[in-house]
Design a protein around this ligand. Structure first.
Ligand code: GLN
Ligand code: ZN
Length: 761
């Protein structure tokens, strides 16, 4: 009985790769230094899997930036603007594509399926020339082999690669990317041939797009691609790996009839229905890679349950053709639990990070082969039982309150126009009210204060005084700029989810539970392990303090339930919506406390609402229904005169506009740095949406300072579509990553532009 790992985190247990990359980018270390860190990381990962007893160990899952970009490099599909002149692609061309350089912007980045990982989108067109320009897959294979470890080289499959691409600039949007299949397959063949020559006996093609909604034409591309590759692949065992969702029945049929393919990998965590397909028909003589260990979460596997699933699959695939695997690459989970010193032993016993999951996979394979490690299984069963019965997990009062929400509707009593009128009587705002999204620059000094307070190096009084001082400064700046609705600047927050998680019960925090988000960027999601409640007010003190410093309205600033949920590791012992309703109830209490404290405008950020959208269209409606309901729960109890804002970090609303409207916020501010025309036309279609809308008038992701004319021009373009009385003027996101030297002039120009236009109305 064999074991397999789909892929492994590349950042290192203490983010070694991140620091090596950033130091290299800053010119503080050499390419050799960077390569040394990378080589050491790869070898330690391979050795770790090999010592754990894993039979099929992946290679080519390491990356300096992104595995899709690696494939682009392999195919030599470098966009013209990087002036690449051929030969093997080196670090400088590679990083220019990833991050841009002094003269040329980076390639676009987008989310990898429904994960928080972002990949670099290939830009292809009829004139793209493909050549074999990165031998990384082969050299990684050889590198492992030199260490005595025979690996399974992993490539992004040719069809998924094309389906994840976009037409290059200047190429028609309707350009058929799949028409390039014939151009890229010769290179795949070259790579395969070299891998064979180097001694590989297995190869893994990741084709995760197979879990999406595909049409017949797209499915046919899989059949023809693998038919074309068949002769090159002969003599190899070929695994086609899928992950992240159930595979639709039609796609399952296509997949299991691909020529030349001898093994199929499935995500049996997110794809429970796939199990039925496998049981009803599985081709004889083929390998079944059963992804039973969750690659996207941090919970210890329920080994007894997995073992029984696996045993039932033995009858389907045959004992010698069943391989125990992870549901997807482990790069979407944290790296190693041994580095967690802050978590207590009980919670730790419930968890497994990538390093522990490798051991779980192997233990399952051994158990299937009749060598069950009884002590290991018993310890696991005890941990599962303790998690089920722990009073830290269950809070009956919360469960009852959350259960009572389901099925019923929660809405504010009056419609948005009535509410806006009532609010305006109190707020008395000018037309085109100006505001910002929440955070002001997070200075080195501010970070130091928070760090020292956490480490108990300064007293609570000193901490409060320092934060108050910061708020006073931010309030003064906004008053001087003549902004209409103020914010306190969020100086007390390290992160918009962590800040709330730390004050809610049911949350735990890791010291090193980092997950790669893009390039060298990692996030450290909180762990939601128990029923969520709010023991004490979380923001009221700061908002009240800030409001006392000004006569202008001060926005209360909260993170919404869906965003807290989507940016955390969530419980797997109850449905996501259940956890979301619990968080919604906690935020509702906060909203009501803010209102009682005299805060008249409250912003509830749902930066990540869209992110949680399921991969398959058939599941969208259900998700949007409970997500939007959760948001409404937070503010359905406030008076008409309390103005509820929400903010979203994306502008791609086309498919969810009705849900956004259904959130029923009074004002919505949104990111809008790229596609205003498109976005506004979407809002025009939702004409009945009478709420205030603030599409960002400038991009805060760039240090560039927009001029007054430029902002005025943007506002005018918006006014061509939106009514004067509903438009708000604001930047497109929070300002925390910017410097004051950028923020002050940019906001000055934003206010000037607004005033200019007000005189022209
Ligand atoms: N209020 C948050 C801020 O300004 C919103 C951040 C976000 O949308 N990601 O920082
Ligand atoms: Zn944002």
């Amino acid at each position: 009985m064999a074991s397999h790992i789909v892929g492994y985190p590349r950042m290192g247990p203490k983010r070694e790769l991140k620091f090596a990359l950033e130091s290299f980018w800053d010119g503080k270390s050499s390419a050799e230094d960077l390569e040394k860190v990378a080589t050491d990381l790869r070898s330690s990962i391979w050795k770790q899997m090999s010592e754990a007893g894993i039979k099929y160990i992946p290679s080519n899952t390491f990356s300096y930036y992104d595995q899709v970009l690696d494939t682009t490099a392999m195919l030599g599909a470098v966009p013209e603007r990087y002036s690449w002149t051929g030969g093997e692609i080196g670090l400088s061309t590679y990083f220019s594509m990833a991050r841009g350089n002094a003269t040329v912007p980076a390639m676009e980045m987008t989310k990898w399926f429904d994960t928080n990982y972002h990949f670099i989108v290939p830009e292809l067109g009829p004139s793209t020339k493909f050549t074999y320009a990165s031998h990384k897959a082969v050299s990684e294979y050889k590198e492992a082999k030199a260490l005595g470890i025979d690996t399974v080289p992993v490539l992004i499959g040719p069809v998924s690669y094309l389906l994840l691409s976009k037409p290059a600039k200047g190429v028609e949007k309707s350009f058929a990317l799949l028409s390039l299949l014939g151009n890229i397959l010769p290179i795949y063949k070259e790579v395969v041939t070299e891998l064979k020559a180097a001694g590989a006996s297995w190869i893994q093609f990741d084709e995760p797009t197979l879990v999406k909604d595909l049409d017949a034409h797209e499915l046919a591309a899989f059949s023809s691609a693998y038919a074309e590759l068949e002769s090159a692949l002969s003599g190899l065992n070929v695994l086609v790996e899928t992950y992240f969702a159930d595979i639709p029945a039609e796609s399952y049929k296509t997949l299991t009839s691909l020529s030349g393919v001898t093994a199929y990998g499935f995500d049996l965590i997110r794809g429970a229905k796939t199990l039925d397909l496998i049981r009803s028909s599985f081709p004889s003589g083929k390998y079944l890679f059963a992804g039973v260990v969750d690659g996207r979460n941090i919970w210890a596997d329920d080994l007894a349950a997995s073992l029984s699933t696996l045993q039932s699959l033995e009858a389907v695939a045959g004992k010698d053709k069943l391989v125990v695997s992870t549901s997807c690459s482990l790069m979407h989970t944290a790296v190693d639990l041994v580095n967690e010193t802050k978590l207590d032993d009980e919670i730790k016993s419930w968890l497994a990070f990538a390093a522990q999951k490798v051991v779980e996979v192997n233990a399952l394979a051994n158990a299937l082969a009749g060598h069950k490690d009884e002590a290991y299984f018993a310890a696991n069963a005890a941990a599962q039982a303790s998690r089920r019965s722990s009073p830290r997990v269950t809070n009956e009062e919360v469960q009852k309150a959350a259960a009572a929400l389901k099925g019923s509707d929660h809405r504010r009593a009056t419609n948005v126009s009535t509410r806006l009128d009532a609010q305006q009587k109190k707020l008395n705002l000018p037309v085109l009210p100006t505001t910002t999204i929440g955070s002001f620059p997070q200075t080195v000094e501010l970070r130091r204060v928070r760090r020292e307070y956490k480490a108990k190096k300064i007293s609570e009084e000193e901490y409060i005084a320092a934060i108050k001082e910061e708020i006073r400064k931010v309030v003064k700046i906004q008053e001087e700029l003549d902004i209409d609705v103020l914010v306190h600047g969020e100086p007390e927050r390290n992160d918009m989810v962590e800040y709330f998680g730390e004050q809610l019960s049911g949350f735990a925090f890791t010291a090193n539970g980092w997950v790669q988000s893009y390039g060298s960027r990692c996030v450290k999601p909180p762990i939601i392990y128990g029923d969520v409640s709010r023991p004490n007010p979380m923001t009221v003190f700061w908002s009240k303090t800030a409001q006392s410093m000004t006569s202008r309205p001060m926005k209360g600033m909260l993170t919404g339930p869906v965003t807290i949920l989507n940016w955390s590791f969530v419980r797997n012992d109850q449905p996501r919506f259940e956890t979301c309703y619990q968080i919604a109830l906690a935020i509702k209490k906060e909203v009501e406390d803010l209102e009682a404290a005299g805060i008249q405008v409250i912003q509830i950020d749902e930066a990540a609402l869209r992110e949680g959208l399921p991969l398959r269209k058939s599941e969208h409606a259900f998700y949007l229904d409970w997500a939007v309901h959760s948001f409404r729960i937070t503010n359905c109890g406030v008076q008409d005169t309390t103005q509820i804002h929400t903010h979203m970090c994306y502008s791609n609303f086309n498919d969810i506009i009705h849900s956004i409207i259904d959130m029923d916020a009074d004002v919505i501010t949104i990111e809008n740095s790229r596609s205003d025309e498109k976005l506004l036309s979407v809002f025009r279609e939702g004409v009945k949406y009478g709420a205030g809308i603030g599409p960002g008038v400038y991009d805060i992701h760039s240090p560039r300072i927009p001029s007054t004319e430029e902002i005025a021009d943007r506002i005018n373009k918006m006014l061509a579509v939106l009514d004067t009385n509903i438009l708000w003027v604001n930047p497109d996101c929070g300002l925390k990553t910017r410097k004051y030297t950028e923020v002050k002039p940019a906001l000055t120009n934003m206010v000037s532009a607004t005033k200019l236009i007000r005189t022209q109305l």
